[in-house]
Design a protein around this ligand. Sequence first.
Ligand code: SF4
Length: 486
Amino acid sequence: MKHTLFLNPPSYEGFDGGAGSRYQARREIRSFWYPTWLAQPAAMVPGSRLIDAPPDGLTVEQVAPLARDCELAVLHTSTPSFPNDARFAARLKEENPRIQIGMVGAHVGVLPLQSLTGAPSVDWVALGEFDYTCAEIAAGKPLPEVQGIAYRDGEQIRMTSPRPTIENMDALPSVVEVYKRDLTIENYFIGYLQHPYVSLYTGRGCRSKCTFCLWPQTLGGHRYRVRSADSVEAEMAAAKKYFPQVREFFFDDDTFTDDLPRAEEIARRLGRLGMTWSCNAKANVPRKTLEILRANGLRLLLVGYESGNQQILNNIKKGTRIDIAREFTRNCRELGITIHGTFILGLPGETPETIRETIRFACDIEPETIQVSLAAPYPGTELYRQAQEQGWLQIQTGELVDTHGVQVAALRYPTLSSTLIFDSVEDFYRKFYFRPRKIFSLVGGMVRSPEVMKRRLREGVEFFRFLHERKKTPQPSAAAAGSPAS
Ligand code: SF4
């Protein structure tokens, strides 16, 4: 077995940039998802080591020398982080010219030839799911015999046959062993989750076909491939034992509620384990299911509302209805389920009026907290193809973040400039959070708990600093992009 390093390379300060995050960017507040995608193959390679540099605050100077003792390095990259990761790969080769370097992730899977051309130090890139790919290469299988890669053969780049999608999810070993071995749990923060938290997956893929959403269109697919309830229960029992300090477990499956009977079954088992947990959900879970989940330890749902305008939801094939989303949110509130609602500005069909409508919608349904993102056209998505065809791309591929890792507005429309889309994010946050009712509710939580008080104050400082720095983000030549704010 090759001595193998799995790496989320050092990046922008505070950049939630690689494996676990759906939008790779610096957040409003310190925030890091777990490198679950990378932990999975790490769990299949005995003696390997997983390094998640951004949350651990590791620099290039600290990480690069580790290459001297390694034979294989696997880097998880993304569209925004690719240029940085390619430079880091070159640095690893300087440290150890004999090391073999592979890159994994949606970006290289969609653009294998461009990626190998753009990262001359990288020897191979994985296409699609990369768990068994990494395990086989680490075990010494010759590259031409490994399915699902593009690799260098002298001056040539060759592709091997496609790797079938993984069907037996229970065959994948647990990631919590790798978390325990290699990660510092306390370094992972998500503003709306209790700290410390642990997140993992119980399945891959999403049945929905949202045009902007990267992973189901690249790595996971549109079938929800799941682990059995027995397997999930065993992993959660182990996680509880390994991490007694953890206050909340999060299922990062694209849509944990895609299979309602299974979600209910797993919930009952978590209830017996006495766990507090949260998950991603669509805004259409029936009340009966919500009641079962809540009765068995569910604390929070992360809900992608995206927009408050039905036509935009239709345009992006979200498959949800505004009236159902309202009813779902009302049910959650009545049952005591907290909601972190996520919204995206700048999706196809957006106008100044639909932005105002979405802000009104958010204030109306009142999730506990929100996240507002800019529409990000990742290569490999239908949104990216549309943007190319329609001339909506404001900037070139890869420039989804600025030089500090902050999201930029990558799209513009004849009726809406990228500048207005960008500025509307701050407007959204201000209108949502600076309302007496919201301030009262947040302050109430702080008064009730000194711990919440300490955390909210820190996050408040980070939030205002982020907004201040964001103002300095130059938006690329937006003048050509349509009507100003009204
Ligand atoms: S429901 Fe969520 S995870 Fe599924 S495709 Fe839509 S945005 Fe992606």
